[in-house]
Design a protein around this ligand. Sequence first.
Ligand SMILES: *[C@@H]1O[C@H](CO)[C@@H](O)[C@H](O)[C@H]1NC(C)=O
Ligand SMILES: *[C@@H]1O[C@H](CO)[C@@H](O)[C@H](O)[C@H]1NC(C)=O
Length: 198
Amino acid sequence: MSSPKIPFDIRKYFIFISLIVFVTEVTLGQNCRSGLPQDDTHTVYKGKCYGFNTGSKNWTAAQATCKKQNGELVEIYTEGLQTYLAGRLQKMRQFDKSGLWIGSHAKRNGSNLKWLWASGPGFKYDGLLYRRHIQAGQCLMIRADMENKWVSRGCVEVQWWFGFICQYSSGSGGDLSAGTRQTMLLSLVMFVTAWLLH
Ligand SMILES: *[C@@H]1O[C@H](CO)[C@@H](O)[C@H](O)[C@H]1NC(C)=O
Ligand SMILES: *[C@@H]1O[C@H](CO)[C@@H](O)[C@H](O)[C@H]1NC(C)=O
């Protein structure tokens, strides 16, 4: 007696479904990691997640809010990232009038004051620094209402229109959530099983 034959259509169906599930998981897996809001204000760019926040805070409080979620104020090292953030801001009406803190503050080094980013020298982008003038106690923000130029303000200042942008390292790629990984594995097993069932 020959073994029961699996109707071809069912096999095809399973292969189809498992592929769809796999592709969907890979695509949707490109999200900010779980725990962060999965909405329009949190987006992924080149493997990092960026969160746009309203809420009037001074620079230190904004930085602390990012750190509470294992992030930090955004460090803009490339023109690509600047362009991306500007494009995102343009799409979100709630930031039309906002200035959003970014992760740079004036820091004294010997007799020099420099714009210091948490993890390095940062992106030198003079064209965006609207007020060149550097002073102790000043921090940088992106002014959505001024063509996304960078402007310095007192770090302790708070205005109703202030917001901030956080960055989170675990956006996507190697940092797919456990659930995503399980579903991907399951769909692969389904695919292989269906393939082998001749
Ligand atoms: C401070 O300045 C010195 C000399 O210009 C330089 O070697 C050093 O890297 C600077 N440190 C920082 C944190 O910028
Ligand atoms: C920044 O804001 C926080 C929260 O409102 C406040 O506790 C803190 O004193 C402020 N920091 C400065 C330096 O003004």
